[in-house]
Design a protein around this ligand. Structure first.
Ligand code: DHB
Length: 306
């Protein structure tokens, strides 16, 4: 079974890898990903300066997923530039993730990663847990950031995006095409979600009055809808990572039908640890074999209609 795939020309050995944000902040955690069956090493979204993140509790497992308001705890981008050279020996694509608060931040970080050992740069415009707005919902600021990073080097860069309702899909696709974005990662956790414990009459996480990003099963249909919509609009010219509620080979197969070039796993990785990547990949291969397909590429985007 050929499960190789490409994101922006970078070859991945399998369809399954880790998503930014889970167990990927320290070198030790990143080495565990390197040694796992994840087909790439995606690093925690980093900022200009190191951050401790939000007060705890800031992550809560839920029956059908999780809610989080981590607040970008990370070691600062310079550390991840160093990590990229230390991780190179594992011979797996390395993906940086950058999260700034203005165009200058993005320019500084993307420029540093252009001169590093990473293979791809994921520009996170959708962290829902900071004061102020989610950047990717402000199209003027998104355009400004894209103009600031587009001329910094040859490594492909992509955008990590929040879910959009249909009225914005065309506008976002135009921004992506206009600014040479090579891949998109859909979707980030759904911000401004609130889980309330009716016994305690309190939210389950502390930061920002309990608002956080919703992850897991709850968001899978929304992620699939966004993958499909952007797949149709971008016609294979921009690679797509699907993220959101993938815990089995069946989930991965659904993202493949919708048009994702590869999938990233977050909540399930947090709950089950690094063995989840091999398991999901094995389950995906079993489904493909049972259906008589011999590669993921033949199935990609081939959703049938009723
Ligand atoms: C955090 C959460 C996100 O969903 C994200 O994209 C980046 C950072 C966080 O709170 O750390």
């Amino acid at each position: 079974m050929d499960t190789r795939t490409k994101i922006a020309g970078v070859e991945l050995d399998s369809y399954v890898l880790n998503a930014s944000g889970v167990r990927d902040t320290t070198l030790e955690e990143l080495e565990a990903i390197a040694k796992s069956d994840s087909s790439a090493i995606v690093m925690k979204s980093c900022t200009i300066e190191p951050r401790k993140g939000n007060p705890e509790p800031r992550y809560m497992r839920l029956q059908l997923g999780s809610i989080q308001s981590m607040g970008l705890p990370n070691l600062g981008y310079k550390e991840y530039v160093i990590f990229s050279s230390q991780l190179k020996k594992y011979n797996k694509p390395i993906i940086a993730s950058v999260a700034g608060s203005c165009a200058d931040d993005y320019r500084e970080m993307v420029s540093a990663f252009q001169d590093s050992d990473v293979d791809l740069i994921e520009v996170n415009l959708s962290c829902p847990n900071l004061e102020g707005k989610t950047l990717a919902y402000d199209f003027e600021q998104t355009g400004e950031i894209l103009r600031a990073i587009s001329d910094l080097g040859d490594k492909p860069y992509g955008l990590k995006l929040p879910p959009y309702p249909d009225v914005y899909h065309i506008q976002v696709a135009e921004l992506i095409e206009k600014h040479g974005v090579s891949f998109i990662t859909l979707i980030n956790s759904i911000g401004s979600s609130l889980i309330i414990d009716s016994e305690t009459e309190k939210p389950v996480i502390k930061p920002r009055g309990g608002f956080g990003g919703l992850c897991g099963d709850y968001i899978k249909p929304i992620a699939l809808g966004n993958v499909r919509a952007f797949y149709e609009l971008l016609k294979n010219e921009v690679s797509i990572f699907g993220v959101g509620g993938i815990k089995s080979g069946t989930d991965a197969f659904e993202f493949l039908l919708a048009g994702a070039d590869a999938i990233q796993v977050a909540t399930t990785f947090e709950k089950q640890g690094p063995s989840c990547f091999g398991r999901i990949n094995k389950e995906l291969i079993e489904i493909l074999e049972r259906k008589g397909y011999n590669s993921t590429q033949k199935v990609k985007g081939n959703l049938k209609y009723l």
